[in-house]
Design a protein around this ligand. Structure first.
Ligand code: SF4
Length: 718
C-alpha cells in the first residue's frame, strides 16, 4: 500500500503524515520519546519463557480480583460524585516486598501495535522481582467510537495540533481549557480546513469520556495495583493526567508514576510541578530507574533514584537518569496483554495487530552531525545497538510467539552492521518477515538487496528534500540524487519508501522549491511523499537549542498548548515539546513552497489513480533498453534506446558525472551531450550541474559483461 494512502484504515505506524522526526519516535522503554532506555536481565534462553509464566501469575491475580471488578465502576463513579468508597484492602504483594504495577496504555496510542516502552518496562519490572501488566485502554475507546475515527485522530494529523490532548483536556481542566468552537476555529481550521467528520468524532468522544474514564478507573483498580505507571508519548499526556487525577481522588490510591518521551528533561520537571496527581516521574531512560523506584517503594525507602522526580521535592532530585549501555542486557518486551486485549475486543478480526521491536537506540549519524530539525533522542543521542545474534533471536522469538510477520522496528536509524549479518541470517533461516526500518538514504543497491532478502519491505529514509543546498542546511549528509536513486532501487526490489517533504529552513533559497516543483512530475512512478509541510520546531533539536545562531527568533510554545493547558506562558515554555517561531530574516516559506505542495498532491493522486500508478520501467537486453512510460509527463509510451544512449542509461543507474560518462562510455563529449539532451527532453533522466541520473526503474538490469557474452539479461529482483 502506498504510504500516503495508509490512514484510511489502520495505518502503518511508520507512515505518519507528520514530519519525519516525531513521526519516527515510537519509543522503546516507557519513559522515552523515541529510542528509549533500558537495562535488565540478560536475554538468555530462560528469558523467553519468563513472560508466559509471569503472565499466568498475573492472570491468576486478575481472576482473584475479578469479584471486585464489577463493583468498581460504581465505586469510582460514586467517588467522583463525592460518594463514600470502600476502604482499599492491603496489598499482599507490597507486604512481601513486591509491587504490582499496572500500565494503562491510553488514547491516542495507535491501536495497530503494542506499546514498545510498556512492553519493555513490564519485562524489566518482572525481572526485578515485581509483577506487572498492561491494560490497553486505547483499544476500548477505539471499540466505542470505531476504528477509523479513532485511528484518524491517533495517527493522521500533525502532532503539534494536540488534538488528542484537547479531547481529554475538558475532563481534566473543565473551563480552564478552550471551548470546542475556539479550538476548532483557531487551531484546527487554519491547518485542516472544514473537516466535519473529524470535528464530529472529537465531540462524540468528549461526550463519551466521563463514562469511559470511570470504566478505565474501575478496570485499573480491579487489578489491585500498588503502582500505576503512565507512559506518555505523542498526544497522551491529558489522557494520562485525567486518569491520574481520578486515581488520586480515591481513598488509599495507588502510587502514580509518569514517564515517557513527554516527560524528558525540563518537560518532566514542569509536569510534576504543575500536576499534583503525579507522585513520581521518570525523566529520560527508565529501564534502570523505574525498577529501582519499585524496589525503593517496596522497601519503603527514601533514597533518591537518579532520573526520578518526586512530588513536592522535584527541585532536589537529580534529573539525569542512568542510560542503557549494554543493549543485549535488555529483556525481551512483553506484548501478551496487547494481543489478548485485541482478541477480546469488538475490533477483533477487523485488523491484525503487528509487532514492534528495538535493536538500537540513539543515532550514529546524529552523534556526529545532528540534523538541525531533529528532536529525537533528547539527551540520549549516543548510538547503542544489540549484537546481530541477539537481534536475530529477539525478532524471531517475537514473530513466533505472536504469529506475526509484520514487524516495525522503532530504531531511529539502521545499524549498518545488520546489513551483512542480521538480514542474511534471517534470509537463510527462511523467515518470511515483513520488516520496517528507518535508514539513512545513502544505501547502495547491494545493501538494499540484502535487506530485502532478509524481509525488509518498508523503510523510512528521511528523504525530506531533493535540493542539495536545503539538505545541507538540514545536515542530512546526503544529496537529492542519492534520495532519488534510493527510491528507484527500492521500487525495483519491492521495498516501500515512506517519506515527507520538509520545507522552511532558515537560509534556504526559494528557487530551490521552484526547481523541485519542476522535477517532481518526472518522479511520479516512485513512492510519493506522505506530506509536504513546513519545518516543525521540536525540543532537543539544534533549532531549539541553538535557535538564534540558526536564524530562529521568538520561539514560543506551539499555539495549541494555550488552548489545552490552563498554565502560564513560562510553564508552557517548559512543558512543551513543539514550538512556534519566526524566521530572523522575516521570510514566509508558505509564499514559495506552494508549487511543491501542489505537485505533491498531484503525485499522491497519480499514485491512487483507478488505472493504477504511473510506471517508468526499463528492461535491458543484449541490444539496448526498452522503456515503458505511463507518467503524465511521458513524451511517448515506449522508448527504445540502443548503442550509446543505452550504454549511457545503464551507466546512470547511480549518479554519474559527465567526466565519468566520458571515460566509461567511450564516446566523444559532444555525442554524449547530444544523447543526454535527448534523454532529458524525453524526461527519462534528471540533470543537475554535471551530474546525471536515470529515472526509470530497471526491471531487467543491464547485462553484466559475462551475460553480455552469452546474450542473457540479468534478472531485476534479487
Ligand atoms: S539521521 Fe538525523 S533525523 Fe534521523 S535520527 Fe539521526 S539526527 Fe535525527
Amino acid at each position: 500500500m502506498p504510504a500516503s494512502s495508509a490512514s484510511a484504515s489502520v495505518p502503518a505506524p511508520w507512515c505518519s503524515n507528520a514530519s519525519s522526526t516525531l513521526a519516527s519516535s515510537v519509543s522503546a522503554s516507557g519513559p522515552a520519546r523515541s529510542c528509549s532506555n533500558a537495562s535488565g536481565p540478560a536475554p538468555s534462553s530462560s528469558n523467553a519463557s519468563a513472560p508466559a509464566s509471569t503472565n499466568a501469575a498475573a492472570a491468576a491475580r486478575r481472576a482473584a480480583a475479578g469479584s471486585a471488578a464489577a463493583g468498581s465502576a460504581t465505586w469510582a463513579a460514586d467517588n467522583r460524585r463525592g460518594g463514600r468508597a470502600p476502604p482499599r484492602p492491603l496489598v499482599a504483594s507490597a507486604e512481601a516486598g513486591r509491587m504490582h504495577v499496572v500500565f494503562p496504555v491510553v488514547p491516542f496510542a495507535d491501536i495497530g501495535r503494542p506499546a514498545m516502552g510498556v512492553g519493555l518496562l513490564i519485562a524489566e519490572a518482572r525481572a526485578a522481582g515485581h509483577s506487572a501488566e498492561a491494560v490497553y485502554l486505547n483499544i476500548d475507546l477505539a471499540g466505542l467510537v470505531g476504528m477509523v475515527p479513532y485511528q484518524r485522530i491517533a495517527t493522521s494529523f500533525p502532532p503539534n495540533l494536540l488534538i488528542g490532548e484537547w479531547i481529554f483536556a475538558g475532563e481534566l481542566f473543565g473551563d480552564g481549557t478552550a471551548s470546542p468552537q475556539d479550538f476548532i476555529a483557531d487551531i484546527l481550521m487554519p491547518f485542516l480546513g472544514e473537516d466535519a467528520d473529524l470535528y464530529a468524532s472529537m465531540m462524540r468522544i468528549r461526550q463519551l469520556l466521563p463514562a469511559y474514564l470511570d470504566r478505565c478507573i474501575a478496570e485499573i483498580m480491579a487489578r489491585r495495583p500498588d503502582v500505576v505507571g503512565f507512559s506518555t508519548v505523542f498526544h497522551q499526556t491529558c489522557a494520562c493526567l485525567a486518569l491520574a487525577q481520578r486515581l488520586k481522588a480515591l481513598p488509599d490510591p495507588p502510587v502514580v508514576v509518569f514517564g515517557g518521551a513527554n516527560c524528558e528533561g525540563e518537560m518532566g520537571w514542569q509536569m510534576i510541578r504543575s500536576f499534583p496527581w503525579i507522585d513520581y516521574l521518570c525523566s529520560g531512560e527508565a529501564d534502570i530507574s523505574f525498577p529501582r523506584l519499585l524496589d525503593r517503594l517496596a522497601a519503603r525507602g527514601n533514597d533518591p533514584v537518579p532520573g526520578v522526580l518526586e512530588q513536592g521535592a522535584a527541585e532536589k532530585a537529580p534529573l539525569r537518569s542512568v542510560g542503557v549501555t549494554a543493549m543485549d542486557a535488555l529483556p525481551y518486551p512483553d506484548f501478551d496483554d496487547y494481543f489478548a486485549r485485541l482478541a477480546s475486543s469488538p475490533l477483533a478480526g477487523q485488523f491484525d495487530g503487528h509487532l514492534v521491536f528495538e535493536t538500537s537506540r540513539g543515532c550514529w549519524w546524529g552523534a556526529k552531525h545532528h540534523c538541525t530539525f531533529c528532536g529525537l533522542n533528547g539527551d540520549t543521542m549516543a548510538f547503542r545497538s544489540k549484537t546481530p545474534d541477539r537481534a536475530f533471536a529477539e525478532i524471531t522469538w517475537l514473530a513466533e510467539r505472536h504469529k506475526a510477520a509484520r514487524i516495525g522496528c522503532v530504531d531511529n536509524i539502521l545499524d549498518m552492521k545488520y546489513v551483512t549479518t542480521l538480514f542474511p541470517r534471517l534470509a537463510q533461516a527462511g523467515y518470511h518477515l515483513d520488516l520496517f526500518y528507518e535508514v539513512k538514504s545513502n544505501l547502495r543497491l547491494d545493501q538494499l538487496r540484502l535487506m530485502r532478502a532478509g524481509g525488509v519491505t518498508q523503510i523510512q529514509p528521511g528523504i525530506e528534500s531533493f535540493s542539495d543546498p536545503v539538505l545541507k542546511l538540514m545536515q542530512k549528509g546526503c544529496t537529492g540524487f542519492q534520495n532519488i536513486q534510493l527510491m528507484r532501487w527500492c521500487s525495483e526490489l519491492g521495498i516501500e519508501v515512506s517519506w515527507n517533504v520538509l520545507a522552511g529552513f532558515p537560509g534556504e533559497e526559494p528557487q530551490e522549491y521552484a526547481a523541485m516543483a519542476r522535477l517532481m512530475p518526472r518522479l511520479t512512478h516512485l513512492d510519493p511523499p506522505c506530506s509536504c509541510g513546513i519545518l516543525r520546531l521540536d525540543r532537543f533539536s539544534p533549532f531549539h537549542s541553538r535557535a538564534e545562531e540558526l536564524g530562529i527568533r521568538r520561539m514560543r510554545p506551539a499555539r495549541a498548548y494555550f488552548y489545552v493547558y490552563p498554565l502560564g506562558r513560562r510553564e508552557l515554555q517548559r512543558l512543551a515539546y513543539f514550538f512556534d517561531f519566526d524566521h530572523a530574516d522575516g521570510r514566509d516559506p508558505d509564499s514559495y513552497i506552494r508549487p511543491v505542495q501542489a505537485e505533491v498532491l498531484r503525485w499522491q493522486a497519480a499514485r491512487m489513480a483507478a488505472a493504477g500508478p504511473p510506471a517508468l520501467d526499463a528492461e535491458f537486453d543484449a541490444g539496448g533498453v526498452t522503456i515503458r512510460d505511463s507518467r503524465a509527463v511521458a513524451t511517448r509510451p515506449l522508448h527504445r534506446l540502443e548503442g550509446l544512449a543505452a550504454r549511457l542509461y545503464a551507466l546512470c543507474d547511480s549518479t554519474a558525472t559527465l567526466a565519468g560518462l566520458a571515460s566509461s562510455a567511450d564516446a566523444a563529449p559532444s555525442r554524449i551531450e547530444a544523447a543526454l539532451d535527448q534523454l532529458d527532453r524525453d524526461r527519462l533522466i534528471a540533470r543537475q550541474g554535471d551530474r546525471v541520473l536515470a529515472l526509470a526503474v530497471f526491471r531487467i538490469r543491464p547485462p553484466t559483461p559475462q551475460e553480455q557474452s552469452h546474450g542473457l539479461p540479468q534478472a531485476a529482483v534479487a
